[in-house]
Design a protein around this ligand. Structure first.
Ligand code: ADP
Length: 555
C-alpha cells in the first residue's frame, strides 16, 4: 500500500472511529444492556445478539445467529433494507435510524413492535460490523397515543363549547389559573370589552394593555380582588349577579351583571394552555364567566325614576292646595267664622287632613328616591345638637299616639355633630313612626343616645316591643319597596321606601344603620353617625355624586 493510500485509509477509519473489540469480551458486555443489541456483518448476517433481543423478538439466540438481519423486519421493509444497509456500510457512523419515521420490528410470532434504533459501526475481530441498539417503545407509543386522543377530545370539547358560546347573545369566556388566563371567549365578549382578549393572556394584563377599567356599583374603581372573574378562580367560589361597570379605552361605559361560575380544578387537564402548545396536566382553577349587558334595564330604570320624580313633583301643587284649604276650613270655623260644622263634617275634614299629610309624605319620599337615584340629593350640614334633635322628634311623634309611650335616655347634653339636621330628623321620625306602626298593640318605644368617644361617633337606638321582623326577610329590608310579610298580614299599610331612605341618608352622612329583631318580640334599630366633620379633601367621587341609577340595580 502506498503511503498516500495508507494515510487515506487511516483518515477514512478515523472519520467514523469504530470501537475495536474482540468477540469473547463483547458477549458478556452486550447482556448488560436494557436494549436489544444485534451485530451484523457487511453481508447483513447476524453474528451476535444479546438476551434482550430474545425477549423483544421472541427468537432464541440460536435461531437468530447466521440469519439475515431482515428476519427482524416487517415484510414490507425487507426488500429495500439491504440497500439501506449497503449505504450505511459505505459511510458508517453512529446515528439514530430513520429519523422522523415510525420504526417497527417483527417478532417471531409475526406481530410488530414499535422500536427506536440507533446504529454504531464496530470493528469486531478487525472486520467492520454494525451494532444496532433496538429499544422496544411500545409503552411510550401507547402513552403518546393516549395523549393524542386526550388532546383531540379536549380540542373537540373546546370547539363545541366555542360554537355554543358564539351563539349566545351574552358575553361568555372561560379562564384558568389564579391569574385568570383566557382559554376561550365568544364573539360578544370582544364586543363587550371593546378589545380582543388573547388566549393565554392573564386578565389584569389584558385590561391594562387595553386601558379597560372596572368600577363597582358605588362608582368607585374596583380593586382587582373584587373582580367577579378573579374571585371565582382565586377563591374557588361562584359569584352571582355581581354588578360591574366596564369603562373602555374610548371612555364608553357598560353596566354589566357578571356571573362567574367556579368549575373546579380538573376540568381542563389535557387542554393546551395556549393555541398550539402542548397539552398541560396542570391542576388549576377554571371559571366560566358570563356578562349580561344591562344598559337597557338601566335606561328603563332611569326612565321609571324620572317618571316617579315627575309625578311626585306634579302632585305637590294640588296637594298643597288641598292641605291649605282643609287647614283654613278647620281653623277658620274653629274661630267662629262662617256656619259651624256638624260633627260628621268636622270628622270628614280631619280625615282629609290626615290623608293629605300621608300623601304629602309619600310624594316627599318619592321625590327623595328620585333625587337619590339621580345623585342630586345634597346634604346641608351644620353643627347640630343631637340631644335636642332627638327630643324634638320624640315629642312630635308622641303627639300622634296615646297608646305608645316614647321615652328618651341619654347622659349627654348637648352632643354636637356636623350634619343635615332636617335629614336626620327625617330618619329618626321614620324609625319612630315604624316603631309605633309595627307595635299595633301599643307599648313602650325607647330611644337611647350614646357617645362612642373612641370612634368619635354618636350611637342612637330605637327599641320597640312590636311584631318584629321574620328572620328570613331581614337581609333585604333596606331595599326599595321591600316590606316584611308579617306587617302586611297585620293589615299595616306602607310603601317600603322609609328604610331605604333612612339607609341612604345615614350612609351619605358617613354613618351606618342596622337592626336586630325577633319576630313577635320587637325590633331595635341602631344608627351610628360620625361626630366630627370630615376634614380630608373630598374625593373625585364625592365632588361629583354618582347618579344612583348609574350605580346599581336595587334589589
Ligand atoms: P313601610 O312604609 O312599609 O313601613 P319601611 O321602609 O319604613 O316601609 O319599612 C320596610 C318594612 O320593614 C316594613 O314594611 C316592615 O315590614 C318592616 N319594619 C320596619 N320597621 C319595623 C319595626 N319597627 N317593626 C317591625 N317591622 C318593621
Amino acid at each position: 500500500m502506498s503511503d498516500a493510500r495508507e494515510s487515506q485509509d487511516t483518515h477514512a477509519l478515523s472519520s467514523f472511529a469504530p470501537m475495536q473489540i474482540s468477540s469473547p469480551n463483547l458477549r458478556a458486555f452486550l447482556d448488560i444492556s436494557p436494549d436489544a443489541l444485534v451485530i451484523v456483518n457487511q453481508a447483513g448476517t447476524i453474528v451476535m445478539v444479546n438476551g434482550q433481543t430474545e425477549v423483544v423478538f421472541g427468537y432464541a439466540r440460536s435461531e437468530l445467529l447466521g440469519q439475515q438481519l431482515e428476519l427482524l423486519l416487517p415484510q414490507r421493509f425487507r426488500k429495500i433494507h439491504p440497500t439501506h444497509r449497503e449505504h450505511y456500510f459505505a459511510a458508517p457512523h453512529t446515528r439514530p435510524m430513520g429519523v422522523g419515521l415510525q420504526l417497527f420490528g417483527r417478532r417471531k410470532d409475526g406481530s410488530e413492535v414499535p422500536v427506536d434504533i440507533s446504529l454504531s459501526p464496530l470493528l469486531l475481530d478487525d472486520a467492520l460490523h454494525v451494532l444496532s441498539a433496538i429499544r422496544d417503545i411500545t409503552e411510550r407509543r401507547l402513552l403518546e397515543e393516549r395523549e393524542r386522543v386526550a388532546r383531540q377530545e379536549a380540542e373537540a370539547r373546546l370547539t363545541l363549547l366555542q360554537l355554543i358560546l358564539d351563539e349566545l347573545p351574552t358575553s361568555a369566556y372561560l379562564v384558568r389559573g389564579e391569574e385568570a388566563r383566557l382559554v376561550l371567549a365568544n364573539r360578544t365578549a370582544t364586543a363587550v370589552w371593546g378589545a380582543a382578549w388573547r388566549v393565554g393572556q392573564p386578565m389584569l394584563d389584558f385590561l391594562a394593555t387595553n386601558h379597560i377599567r372596572l368600577f363597582g356599583t358605588d362608582g368607585q374603581p374596583l380593586p382587582s380582588s373584587a373582580f367577579a372573574t378573579l374571585h371565582a378562580v382565586q377563591q374557588g367560589e361562584t359569584v352571582r349577579n355581581h354588578q360591574e361597570i366596564i369603562r373602555r379605552a374610548d371612555g364608553t361605559a357598560l353596566p354589566v351583571l357578571v356571573n362567574a361560575v367556579a368549575l373546579g380544578r380538573r376540568l381542563l387537564i389535557g387542554v393546551p394552555a395556549e393555541v398550539g402548545s402542548r397539552p398541560t396536566d396542570l391542576v388549576e382553577p377554571v371559571a366560566l364567566v358570563v356578562h349580561q349587558d344591562v344598559t337597557a334595564l338601566k335606561e328603563a330604570e332611569q326612565l321609571k325614576d324620572y317618571f316617579l320624580g315627575l309625578v311626585a313633583h306634579e302632585l305637590r301643587t294640588p296637594l298643597a292646595a288641598l292641605k291649605g284649604f282643609v287647614t283654613m276650613l278647620l281653623t277658620q270655623t274653629a274661630r267662629g267664622r262662617g256656619v259651624p260644622l256638624t260633627d260628621w263634617q268636622q270628622e270628614a275634614l280631619l280625615e282629609i287632613d290626615l290623608a293629605t299629610d300621608r300623601l304629602d309624605r309619600l310624594t316627599k319620599d318619592l321625590l327623595d328616591v328620585a333625587r337619590l337615584q339621580a345623585g342630586r340629593l345634597e346634604l346641608r350640614r351644620e353643627p347640630t345638637d343631637l340631644v335636642a334633635l332627638c327630643k324634638r322628634v320624640i315629642a312630635q311623634i308622641q303627639q300622634s299616639t296615646d297608646r305608645h309611650r316614647l321615652t328618651f335616655s341619654t347622659s349627654l347634653s348637648p352632643l354636637l355633630a356636623h350634619l343635615d339636621g332636617g335629614r336626620i330628623e327625617q330618619v329618626l321620625s321614620n324609625l319612630l313612626t315604624n316603631a309605633i306602626k309595627y307595635s299595633p298593640a301599643g307599648g313602650p318605644v325607647e330611644v337611647n343616645l350614646l357617645e362612642d368617644i373612641e370612634r368619635q361617633e354618636a350611637l342612637i337606638s330605637i327599641r320597640d316591643q312590636g311584631i318584629g321582623i321574620p328572620k328570613e326577610e331581614q337581609a333585604h329590608l333596606f331595599g326599595r319597596f321591600i316590606r316584611a310579610t308579617n306587617g302586611q298580614a297585620h293589615g299595616i299599610s306602607g310603601t317600603g321606601l322609609g328604610l331605604y331612605l333612612c339607609r341612604e341618608l345615614v350612609e351619605q352622612h358617613g354613618g351606618h344603620i342596622w337592626f336586630e329583631s325577633i319576630e313577635g318580640a320587637g325590633s331595635t334599630f341602631f344608627i351610628r353617625l360620625p361626630l366630627l366633620q370630615d376634614t380630608s379633601p373630598p374625593s373625585e367621587a364625592e365632588r361629583t355624586p354618582v347618579p344612583k341609577s348609574n350605580r346599581c340595580f336595587e334589589a
